[in-house]
Write a protein that binds this ligand. Structure first.
Ligand code: ISE
Length: 339
C-alpha cells in the first residue's frame, strides 16, 4: 500500500471506460489513488496524468506494473490487449479489475484461467458491472431468497441509442449480449448450454452489415430459457431491462430510472443515453468493492471463471448468429479454485 495507506492503482487504457475509471478512482472511490496511467497514445496519457497528483504516465503496461507505487491494476484497454496485461499482472502477483470481456475468445480466456490457477489464488475480478447495480442486486436477492419459487424464464432487453463506427455484427454478441450472458448465469446460478439467434426484418437505421435488432435465446443446464432483444441502434436511448418469470410470481427491473414528471398534459421520465450514465452507480460500487476487497487481501465478485464462461457462450453465440443454427456451448469442468 502506498502513502496514507491508499491503494496505488495503474489504469491501463485511457479510452472511454479507462478515462471514466481514472476520474472515478480520483474523485469518487475511497482508499485508492491513480498511481499510473497507461496508453499507447503518449500524448493522451501524458494529458490524463497531468490532471492527477502523483500519477505517472506510461506507454508500456509492464513498466507501470513494475513501478514500486503500483499495488493493483485496472485493465480498460481493448479486449485483444487483455491477455498480455493479465499475464503481466500475474507475474507481479497484482490484484486486477479487468473490464469485460476478460479476453475476446474462449481459448485465450482459458489460458488466463490456467495462469491464475498456477498462481494458486484468485487475482482477477471481471468488470460485469450489472452485478453491482442496485436494481439488479435486489432482483438477485429476491430470486436467491426463493420467495417466488424456481425461475423459469428471463426476458431481457438491451437497447443502445446508436453504435460507434467501428461496431460489427459479432459485437452485438461479444460486446453487448455478453452482459446478459453473465447476468443470466449470475441470476439463475446455472450455466448456459446452447444459443440460438433469430432475426426480424432489420431496422433501416442499422449501419451496413449489421442486422439489427436480433433475438438471442439461451438454454441453461437448469432447464431455464432466456430471451434477449438486442437492439443496438434503437435511436431513443440506452435501456437495459430484465424480467424473471418464476413459479410463484414475476419480477422486473430497468423500467424507470430516475424521476417521473407530470407536465403540460404529459407524464413520464427521461431515458439515459448511454451505459456510462445508466450504470454510473454500478460502476462506482463495482470499483469500490474491488478496492475494499483488495485492501482486505481478498478477491471477490465475478471471477476469471465467469469471464471464461461468458467467452465460451459468446463463441457459441457468434456461430449461432452467423449460421442461424442452435449452437451448443462447450465448457470445461469448473476448476477447484472457482468452486
Ligand atoms: C458496451 O461495450 C458495453 O459494455 C455496454 O454495457 C453495453 O450495453 C453496450 O451494448 C456495449 O456496446
Amino acid at each position: 500500500m502506498t502513502k496514507h495507506g491508499a491503494l496505488g492503482v495503474a489504469v491501463i487504457g485511457t479510452g472511454r471506460m479507462g478515462a471514466d475509471h481514472v476520474r472515478r478512482i480520483d474523485a469518487v472511490t475511497s482508499g485508492a489513488r491513480v498511481a499510473a496511467v497507461v496508453d499507447i497514445d503518449a500524448e493522451r496519457v501524458k494529458a490524463v496524468a497531468e490532471g492527477i497528483d502523483g500519477c505517472t504516465p506510461y506507454t508500456d503496461p509492464a513498466a507501470a506494473m513494475a513501478a514500486p507505487d503500483v499495488d493493483a491494476v485496472l485493465i480498460a484497454s481493448p479486449g485483444p490487449a487483455h491477455e498480455a496485461a493479465l499475464l503481466e499482472a500475474f507475474r507481479h502477483d497484482l490484484p486486477v479489475l479487468c473490464e469485460k470481456p476478460l479476453t475476446p475468445d474462449a481459448a485465450s480466456a482459458l489460458r488466463v484461467l490456467e495462469a491464475e490457477q498456477r498462481l494458486g489464488h484468485r487475482r482477477v475480478q471481471v468488470g460485469f458491472m450489472r452485478r453491482y447495480d442496485p436494481e439488479f442486486v435486489r432482483l438477485k436477492a429476491l430470486l436467491a431468497g426463493g420467495e417466488l419459487g424456481r425461475p423459469l424464464m428471463l426476458h431481457c432487453r438491451h437497447r443502445n441509442a446508436s453504435v460507434p463506427s467501428f461496431f460489427t455484427e459479432p459485437m452485438l454478441i461479444n460486446d453487448s449480449v455478453v452482459h446478459e450472458m453473465d447476468q443470466s448465469r449470475w441470476l439463475l446460478e446455472q450455466e448456459i448450454t446452447a444459443v440460438t439467434v433469430l432475426r426480424p426484418r432489420p431496422t433501416a437505421h442499422a449501419p451496413e452489415g449489421i442486422g439489427d435488432p436480433q433475438l438471442v435465446l439461451f438454454e441453461t443446464d437448469g432447464g431455464a430459457l432466456v430471451d434477449v432483444e438486442i437492439f443496438a441502434t434503437c435511436g431513443f436511448g440506452y435501456q437495459v431491462q430484465a424480467e424473471a418469470v418464476c413459479e410463484r410470481g414475476t419480477a422486473r427491473v430497468g423500467d424507470a430510472h430516475g424521476m417521473l414528471v407530470n407536465r403540460a398534459g404529459t407524464w413520464g421520465g427521461e431515458i439515459a443515453q448511454d451505459f456510462v450514465a445508466r450504470f454510473e452507480e454500478a460502476y462506482d460500487r463495482q470499483v469500490q468493492a474491488w478496492v475494499d476487497a483488495t485492501r482486505r487481501g481478498t478477491v471477490e465478485g465475478p471471477s476469471a471463471w465467469d469471464g471464461y464462461a461468458a467467452a465460451a457462450v459468446c463463441e457459441a453465440g457468434v456461430r449461432a448468429q452467423a449460421t442461424g443454427e442452435r449452437v451448443a456451448v462447450e465448457l470445461i469442468d469448473r476448476p477447484a479454485l472457482y468452486r
